[in-house]
Write a protein of this length. Sequence first.
Length: 160
Amino acid sequence: MSEESKSNLHVFSDASREFVTLRLEGQLLGIPVLAVHDVLSAQKITRIPLAPDWVAGVLNLRGRIVTAINLRQRLGFPPRSDDEEDMSVVLEFKGEPYSLQIDEVGDVLRLEDDQLERNPVTLDPRWREVSRGIYRLDGELLVALDVEKLLDFDQQTVAA
């Protein structure tokens, strides 16, 4: 095989990650695929009295009680103006299941670690607080969410 042919081969290195892509308020976000347990369409959510506004409530997923987090409110955005129902991405953190209420779920992307860039100073502070960094894709940025920062409510103040 010629050197030119070898350089045209796309080989996934060990230094790559797969992300489930999702959208919130038009922004493309990525969650590590290994962190995602389920993707759900709209679910019946039961409100919890005296819970913070960003806790949408709880839902029952195959007999497990799952805390539903309204990611829009968690990050300080207004409710959706359209009549579309939220989708959910279910994650587990510190042994507890959480459902992130989002606008829509996209594809799974494999991205190379060396393409991950530090958060730009111009990135909205609400995103920067919960982001591991960004990937520059064709025409837009993918914000790589840090699940631990997003769900570790004891260690941080919630974005306003």
